[in-house]
Design a protein around this ligand. Structure first.
Ligand code: F6P
Length: 536
């Protein structure tokens, strides 16, 4: 990405956003995009028409349209793993052909989807049951992309949840599985082991523990386990019957996999009709991404806003702030989606990246965050672009006053970030309280808000399955666009390998079977401490 033109605008990163609104009464309309139902407003940033034009030129210089079309067409754009990138095929409900190596993958995708629907409805209706009767609970065992998507969607779609209770176990920390299983009946619990590779140490350790718990408690793993994986030989070796295995191909990345069999627990929770609506929302965003001009294209403008803040202005992090309690796991989901995809320092051709990679992504639902970390967002020394999101209405008609307060808070935060409070205003406030002289000045300085801090707001009608699908696909494509502009491969994750290898080599050392001679002094001392202070 050649940022020379944009760097010339970098000084504009400090100019007054409020002035921009004064200069252009239509600014809110001009610097926002709509999909017809969702609205993305980026007018509370310093982006103006010239900056937007320069940002859009980056898309053309990077060959974004060709790259996008190549992805949807099944080309092997994941070049370091020689794989296609086709999570979009999982929501291609109309089934138009998508070829990989000359073969249409859609019949297989739709067949698996139909098997999922049948299984999910059988679990929900009790036709498929455990040793002790119909399933009251489902435990999904998975981690990373095999956990975060379904967890996030299960919370998000709580108003539609009318199936068995869902539980998620991800951490290899025994506390996680112990706390979940303790409350469950081993004869009426369905366990889904979700792992693309079916080798992930955390997942396989938890799966074996769950199987032993079930056997001990009178359950029958052969009828109470299901698997979601692309390694069918390994699911078979684990003893999961073929009809209980839902496969997907290697062209679905873990963090992009919630649309397919990894979404099975969500489908069991909300039913296949609601899950189809989720898929249709994702597909609607795909259609928009492929058709809209760049300046009207929501994923593209969300990405370009990100590039402006991160690569041009150098802001190191961005906060994702859903004013929607049911999106409480969305920031964690976006952390994997964005940071595992675009946390790279090598370009596709192997050269070192000369511009910053993707930012740190973090956040919490509002209004809780307001009473925790917003202090730093408003008055800290770093500028943190904030991405607000909020529904026009909630799911609780009897509690509309709650939703209106929520909305008011969301809007207040982006206004406060932009408007700030000047020293003069703060002085006046202190004077009104009766302070004078040096004390008035000292107290006033603590109450200044620099303001002019950028934010964007995504508004949607209501958090339905369809809208959730739109939001997730929006952010997937945003990550894709940013990756194309950075010239990196957003679809591998080699950066997680080293830690996994070292954990494997540390296993026997922590067990006491091997010494620490090969380890550095710090690691050896930490192992020694752990061995000294344990009783078992
Ligand atoms: O370690 C990272 C990772 O490979 C993620 O990309 C993936 O989502 C997660 O581990 C889980 O992998 P699997 O689904 O193969 O168990």
């Amino acid at each position: 990405m050649n940022l020379d033109t944009l760097k010339a605008f970098a000084s504009d990163g400090g100019r007054s956003i409020l002035d921009l609104f004064e200069q252009d009464v239509d600014r809110a309309q001009v610097f926002s995009t709509s999909t017809g139902d969702m609205l993305f407003d980026y007018s509370k940033t310093q982006i103006d028409a010239d900056i937007r034009a320069a940002l859009i030129r980056l898309c053309d210089e990077a060959g974004l349209a060709d790259r996008r079309d190549a992805m949807f067409a099944g080309a092997k754009i994941n070049e370091t793993e020689e794989r296609s990138v086709l999570h979009t095929a999982l929501r291609n409900l109309d089934g138009g052909p998508v070829d990989v190596d000359g073969l249409d993958v859609m019949p297989g995708v739709l067949d698996t989807l139909q098997r999922m629907r049948v299984f999910a409805e059988e679990v929900r209706g009790g036709a498929v049951s455990g040793a002790g009767g119909s399933f009251t609970d489902v435990v999904n065992i998975g981690i990373g992309g095999s956990d975060l998507g379904p967890v996030m969607a299960t919370h998000a779609l709580a108003p539609y949840h009318d199936g068995p209770r869902l539980h998620y176990v991800s951490n290899v920390d025994g506390a996680h599985i112990a706390d979940v299983l303790r409350q469950l009946d081993p004869t009426r619990t369905l366990v889904i082991v979700a792992s693309k590779t079916f080798t992930t140490i955390e997942t396989m350790t938890n799966a074996r523990t769950a199987r032993a718990w079930m056997v001990d408690g009178g359950g029958e793993p052969a009828r109470q386990f299901a698997a979601v994986s692309s390694a069918l030989d390994k699911t078979q070796a684990f003893g999961i019957p073929e009809q209980r295995v839902f496969g997907f191909a290697d062209w679905v990345g873990g963090r992009y996999s919630v649309w397919g069999p990894v979404g099975l627990p969500v489908m069991i929770a909300v039913g296949s009709t609601a899950f189809d609506a989720f898929l249709r929302g994702g597909q609607a965003m795909d259609v928009h991404f492929c058709a809209a001009d760049w300046s009207e294209n929501m994923p593209v403008m969300l990405a370009l806003t990100g590039v402006w803040h991160r690569q041009v202005l150098g802001y190191a992090s961005r906060a994702v702030l859903p004013y929607d309690q049911r999106l409480l796991r969305l920031p964690a989901y976006f952390q994997q989606l964005e940071m595992e995809s675009n946390g790279k320092s090598v370009a596709m051709d192997g050269s070192a990246l000369t511009i910053p990679s993707g930012p740190v992504v973090w956040g919490e639902p509002g209004t809780n965050g307001q009473h925790a970390f917003y202090q730093l967002i408003h008055q800290g020394t770093d500028v943190i672009p904030c991405e607000f999101m909020v529904a026009a209405e909630g799911h609780e008609p009897e509690l509309t006053h709650h939703h209106r307060l929520l909305l008011a808070n969301c809007l207040a935060q982006s206004e406060a970030l932009m408007r700030g409070r000047s020293l003069d205003e703060a002085r006046q406030r202190m004077a009104d309280k009766g302070l004078t002289g040096e004390e008035c000045e000292r107290q006033a300085r603590h109450r200044v808000f620099a303001g002019n801090r950028p934010s964007t707001t995504l508004m949607y009608p209501k958090l339905t399955p369809f809208v959730l699908g739109q939001i997730i696909a929006l952010y997937e494509h945003r990550v894709f666009v940013e990756g194309v502009l950075l010239g990196i491969n957003s679809f591998d994750q080699w950066g997680v390998e080293l830690g996994k290898e070292l954990a494997t080599s540390l296993g026997p050392i922590v067990d006491g079977a091997e010494g620490t001679e090969t380890k550095d002094g710090s690691t050896a001392a930490l192992v020694a401490y752990a061995m000294l202070h344990r009783e078992t």
